[in-house]
Design a protein around this ligand. Structure first.
Ligand code: TXA
Ligand code: MG
Length: 314
């Protein structure tokens, strides 16, 4: 059930979480599928609903940085600096986990991902719940992340009793993930917080390490992918039929399903997943996405476009 946010539906959301049930909830990045992070049986339901392999760790959402010490230990100074600068907001910190974090949340790893989201509905739920909420993006494993409540319903159907409707997500792409569990910060996933902004706070440029030996589903080559074969191209070919196009300019040819997304990168990011989802629903033979600039401000968008169009070559 999709429900608008009201004191009544917030109360229902909290009672579902306390009862070990799932909750669809908006964040500023994408919608999450939440469960009580301290309840292993509740967290197991996330894996079942998503069809996600058990060794892929989840992000624990917390109400404020004050809760950091509940979930993490040996917290470096850099974590507090980044939290002060970017929380609430689209930044996930990977830290050494505390003994409170159930194994199922971290896929057995000795680190945990933590984030304070800035969406007012997510914050209201976290403040009222008074605990951590484990929440991956509310899509089936490997599919496009949802940026509206309706997308969550399409992805998960009756597997989630309540989806709080917080409107379309403002960022539209998943959070930036920064690993602080080793001496030097590393960016595991580019996102809403740029590497440049991170560098200013850290005092050095973190290494970009989007492919790691750490099991992170957002770091698989193919992820965030439509089911329709999709290609990233320098130029949209002539004479297409039965194809959809995503480009940053209006259609020269009215015969095609052509979705025009807007500059700058932040606006394009807001619109991208809904556009991919729309084209994917049309049963087209092919989706063509016109390449985006090579500059730093487009890094997170480029990362998602590469994954959405990745093909196994072997
Ligand atoms: O914006 C977001 O981060 C959204 C919203 C709902 O908060 N969440 C999200 O969750 O994108 P998910 O599970 O779809 O992606 C989280 C990524 C995964 O690639 C996961 O493997 C990685 O974070 N991750 C979580 N804990 C980790 C850890 N301890 N070490 C390395 N990667 C971790
Ligand atoms: Mg995801």
């Amino acid at each position: 059930m999709i429900a608008p946010v009201s004191p009544k539906t917030l109360e229902l959301a909290i009672s579902l979480l306390k009862a070990g049930e799932l909750l669809g909830l908006p964040t500023e990045t994408v919608y999450g599928l939440g469960a009580d992070a301290s309840n292993p049986e509740a967290v197991q339901k996330i894996f079942t609903a998503k069809g996600r392999p058990a060794d892929h760790p989840l992000i624990v959402h917390i109400a404020s940085k004050k809760a950091l010490t509940n979930w993490a230990k040996d917290i470096p100074e850099a974590a507090y600096k980044l939290a002060d600068a970017f929380w609430p907001g689209p930044l996930t910190l990977i830290l050494k986990r505390s003994s409170l974090v159930p194994d199922i949340v971290t896929g057995g790893q000795d680190t945990v991902g933590l984030r304070v989201p800035s969406h007012p509905v997510a914050l209201a739920v976290l403040e009222a719940f008074k605990g951590g909420i484990a929440a991956p993006s509310a899509n089936r494993f490997g599919r496009i992340s949802p940026t509206t409540a309706r997308h969550v319903q399409e992805e998960l159907g009756t597997n989630v009793q309540l989806i709080l409707d917080g409107g379309a997500c403002e960022v539209g792409l998943e959070s930036t993930i920064v690993d602080l569990s080793t001496a030097k910060a590393r960016v595991l996933r580019p996102g809403g917080i740029s590497v440049e902004a991170l560098s200013k706070v850290l005092g050095y440029e973190p290494e970009l390490k989007t492919k790691t030996d750490i099991r992170a589903s957002g770091t698989l080559d193919s992820h965030y992918a439509p089911q329709t074969p999709s290609l990233l191209v320098k130029e949209i070919p002539e004479g297409l039929s039965d194809a959809g196009v995503i480009a940053r300019r209006p259609s020269p040819d009215k015969g095609l399903v052509w979705l025009e997304l807007s500059n700058p990168a932040t606006t394009y990011a807001q619109e991208l997943y809904a556009a991919l989802r729309q084209l994917d629903s049309l049963g087209l033979k092919q989706i063509y996405i016109e390449d985006v600039p090579d500059s730093a401000d487009w890094l997170a968008v480029r990362d998602r476009l590469k994954r959405a169009t990745f093909k196994e070559t072997t």
